[in-house]
Design a protein around this ligand. Structure first.
Ligand code: FA5
Length: 393
């Protein structure tokens, strides 16, 4: 036995195809296949469907009829638009897909609009309420970023020297033994290496010592890197991070920051060094601050000095912060040792110690920030505690 539906489909398949010549009725008869996809054929085919939809909508009245219209045109499985999509859109040759798609979209919009008009509603109040945005609710407040006090201090130090005509340089944090120590006149085994207990990269025993990698213990190696690249005159400051194998306490951290300074030219004297640092300390801490130099030792400067400033907490009278001395030590400095110039001269012969001279200094940024902002524990800078950091925002 053959079902009625099957018989109808069979009869349609056997009937000669003539594009859209067959009429569209208010039944769910399938859409005829298209035989031509040129613009004229498509316009004609879609116009017929448009007209049909308008006629169907015009005849609507009772709510059941509106639902029947919806099912006929938009039903998910047997709706006419679904049929148009399978028979016209999917079957269209590649070059006609766009033209069919555009017309299909317009037809669908028309059917949906007709349906909305017929049901007299548009989207329900509940649907609208679900979509609504309450613009009176406060948004999620994002915190504004601010410079970290160490970055701020480092920039301030750099800008003091930039105003004196110094350029700004950087160097690698992972450094070779040569630049960090040997070229700075700390030969292998020199006892001064012990003052900067070093974190070294493991597994380099087969490399020559000078090529072994370590975390730089000071920014001084960038003095050598700068001189190798640039002949004198040089005036440069180098801010950066350094590492030492040290136990952390209130004034020591195993990671901290320094700003290095180097000035090389003809006739640079110790007075130039003293005047420059006195000016820098006054620019950083106020014009009433006094500076004094104390004899010290660094292998790469001769003579060397530690710079002390009058205690900014007690004005030099003596207090707990300055251990009753009235002075606080802030940085190291000295005249560049001729041995260092000799290393630089291997690549830049103009660094002839008989013809040029220079000074260098290196200051700890955290210690300066602690003084400026009255911070008593260096660890607070790296704690990530927002209650501490807020104060600098
Ligand atoms: C040096 O590092 C020399 N390279 C400085 C220098 C440069 C001297 C050029 C001469 C010419 P020193 O080890 O003293 O020197 O360190 C310099 C400064 O870094 C100190 O004055 C101090 O402010 C800071 N500093 C040193 N160790 C620490 C530490 N563990 N934590 C925080 N700051 C430190």
């Amino acid at each position: 036995m053959v079902s009625g539906r099957f018989a109808r489909a069979k009869a349609r398949a056997a009937a000669p195809r003539s594009g859209l010549s067959c009429s569209l009725r208010m039944t769910n008869d399938p859409i005829p296949n298209l035989t031509a996809f040129d613009s004229a054929a498509l316009d004609k085919a879609f116009a017929a469907l448009k007209k049909q939809a308008q006629q169907d909508a015009a005849a609507l009245g009772a709510p059941e009829a509106v639902e029947a219209f919806r099912l006929k045109w938009l039903g998910r499985k047997q709706g006419l638009l679904n049929d148009v999509s399978s028979r016209w859109l999917k079957a269209a040759p590649a070059d006609a897909k766009k033209a069919v798609g555009e017309r299909f979209k317009k037809l669908k919009e028309l059917v949906e609009r007709l349906l909305d008009e017929a049901s007299g509603s548009g989207p329900s109040d509940a649907a609208l309420a679900a979509e609504a945005i309450d613009i009176t609710l406060p948004g999620t407040r994002r915190l504004t970023g601010a410079e970290h006090p160490i970055t701020r201090t480092m920039n301030e130090i750099v800008s003091v020297f930039a105003a004196l005509g110094y350029s700004v340089g950087v160097g690698p944090e992972v450094e070779t033994d040569y630049y960090n120590f040997e070229s700075m006149n700390f030969p292998p085994g020199h006892p001064a290496r012990d003052t900067q207990d070093t974190l070294v990269v493991a597994g380099q025993e087969r490399r020559p010592q000078r090529d072994r990698l370590l975390l730089r213990t000071h920014t001084s190696p960038v003095q050598m890197r700068t001189m190798e690249l640039e002949p004198p005159p040089v005036r440069i400051v180098i801010p950066g991070k350094v590492h030492r194998n040290e136990a952390d306490d209130a004034t020591h951290s195993s990671m901290f920051h320094q700003v290095e300074g180097l000035c090389v030219d003809t006739n640079i004297t110790f007075s130039d060094l003293k005047g420059t640092l006195d000016h820098a300390m006054k620019a950083l801490f106020g014009s009433s601050v006094k500076t004094r130099l104390f004899p010290s030792f660094f292998p790469f400067t001769e003579p060397s000095a530690d710079v002390q400033i009058s205690c900014i907490f007690c004005g030099g009278k003596g207090c707990r912060k300055c251990k009753q001395s009235g002075w606080i030590e802030l940085l190291g400095c000295g005249m560049v040792d001729p041995a260092v110039f000799a290393f630089a001269a291997e690549k830049q012969p103009a660094y002839d110690p008989k013809k040029i001279s220079g000074f260098a200094f290196g200051m700890g940024v955290e210690r300066i920030a602690m003084m400026k902002y009255g911070v008593s524990d260096i660890g607070q800078f790296f704690s990530g505690d927002m209650r501490f950091l807020w104060q600098f925002a």
